[in-house]
Design a protein around this ligand. Structure first.
Ligand code: PMP
Length: 432
């Protein structure tokens, strides 16, 4: 049972558009490893935290120790107007890992702020407020980012000042290119990009912003090589590429450290957030130095790059590199994906299993076709919760299960999750 009183108070004082999962929302009061416990004492294997907050799991000693050591100094934060050692160390490490030559890093508190900064830097650098974004994208809900978010369910406002043109290249399970082969799809997207550039813009576009795998959009995974093909067109027109790595960064996709690398591309700008804080609020922008340094005036973020968040993020990054969690994501991602494909082949409500590494989407459809089935997704979400597993949901129609466990996932936990998912899918399929 949910704490009904807390839920009523939440509803009374927090905005109605603040999304809450589950008919009976849970309050998580304890966490360890890949498990969380709610206020009623129920423990769940957490297959969604990996992206949202805890990239590598809960209550990891090395991370807690790093944060505690900073707390013990008494300096939770004073000001980013002073030197912060951990901020510099983390920036050096991230710049090196980015693959962007001579990169500079600016820290923010969230992915939205990171993308806002990226858009400001890119538009200032190019002296243009025209941006290309992908249909079905999500980049945040501030005034600039909401303009480049191409997913109606999350577009709070149509009044963003950014001049945006949306192109194909994110999602294709449904839509005009659904039946295309990978090669034909890439060619069609390049044609679309070229056409949009020539017809819907004045040509002097600042940047394209894109997620290598669309997160909120339902883990829509374009063929490797799409962004390589895009980059040729962008470069020919002097347009920057911003890779939004808020969900795909840090090895989660298994095959590469950054999602965009699967396309053989080095972007001009990357943004990150969410999991790298492993629960602490941190985001950031990585860019070529000439781009990053193009802003004419002073800048400050009161909390961006503060000692607590950067200490925690540095310990998280060290932990995931030292323990080859990218390798673990590749191995267990493959195991989960093939397990889910096997399970899915037996049930009409499973239309598609996609993704990379520990970023796996399961699109639920009406039996016998491809029409979205959000009711089945809700049923599976409730069904897995009742059996002790938390998963996420997404997609334009809210009909895609999103699986993104912490990258420290074990073989046993992967199998346990497959068992629970199988039962929940079977039961939703039978009820459909
Ligand atoms: N970009 C992507 C790809 C995201 O998934 C999100 C969050 N869902 C954001 C940006 C915004 O991040 P935040 O919620 O930290 O502002």
């Amino acid at each position: 049972m949910t704490d009904a009183d807390l839920l009523a108070r939440h509803r009374a004082v927090l905005p109605g558009w603040l999304a809450l999962y589950y008919a009976e929302p849970i309050e998580i009061v304890h966490a360890k490893g890949r498990h969380v416990t709610d206020s009623e004492g129920n423990t769940y294997l957490d297959f969604f935290a990996g992206i949202l907050t805890n990239a590598i799991g809960y209550d990891i000693d090395e991370i807690s120790d790093a944060v505690r050591a900073q707390l013990d100094t008494g300096v939770l934060h004073t000001s980013t107007l002073y030197l912060i050692r951990k901020q510099v160390e983390l920036a050096e490490q991230i710049a090196e890992l980015s693959g962007i030559p001579g990169a500079k890093v600016f820290f923010t508190n969230s992915g939205t702020e990171a993308n806002e900064t990226a858009l400001m830097v890119a538009t200032q650098y190019r002296r243009s407020n025209q941006i290309l974004a992908l249909r079905n994208s999500y980049h945040g809900r501030a005034f600039g980012t909401v303009g480049v978010t191409g997913n109606r369910g999350w577009s709070a406002s149509s009044l963003s000042p950014v001049k945006v043109s949306f192109v194909h290249g994110g999602y294709r399970y449904r839509g005009p290119f659904a039946s295309y082969s990978d090669a034909d799809y890439v060619a069609a997207c390049v044609d679309d990009l070229t056409d949009v550039l020539a017809t819907a813009t004045s040509g002097d576009v600042a940047a394209m912003i894109a997620e290598p795998i669309q997160g909120v959009g339902g883990f829509a995974t374009p063929p490797d090589g799409l962004f390589g093909a895009f980059k040729e067109v962008l470069e020919a027109n002097g347009i920057l590429l911003i890779s939004d790595e808020v969900q795909t960064g840090w090895g989660r996709t298994g095959d590469h450290f950054w999602g965009i690398q699967a396309h053989g591309v080095t972007p001009d700008i990357m943004t990150f957030a969410k999991g790298i804080g492993n629960g602490l609020a941190i985001g950031g922008v990585i860019a070529r130095a000439d781009i990053m340094d193009c802003l004419p005036a002073n800048s400050i973020s009161t909390f961006g790059g503060n000692p607590i968040s950067t200490a925690g993020a540095k310990a998280t990054l060290d932990y995931l590199l030292d323990n080859d969690l990218q390798g673990n994501a590749a191995k267990l991602g493959e195991h989960l994906s093939s397990g889910l494909r096997d399970i899915g082949s037996g049930y009409g409500i499973v239309g598609d299993v996609r993704g990379k590494g520990l970023m796996i989407g399961v699109e639920l459809v009406e039996k016998g076709g491809t029409a979205p089935n959000p009711a089945a997704a809700t049923a599976v979400l409730e069904g897995t919760k009742a059996r002790g597993l938390l998963v996420g949901k997404g997609g334009l129609h809210n009909n895609v299960l999103r699986l993104a466990p912490p990258m420290t996932l074990t073989d046993g936990e992967a199998d346990e999750a497959l068992g629970i998912l199988h039962e929940a899918i079977a039961s939703a399929d039978a009820a459909d």
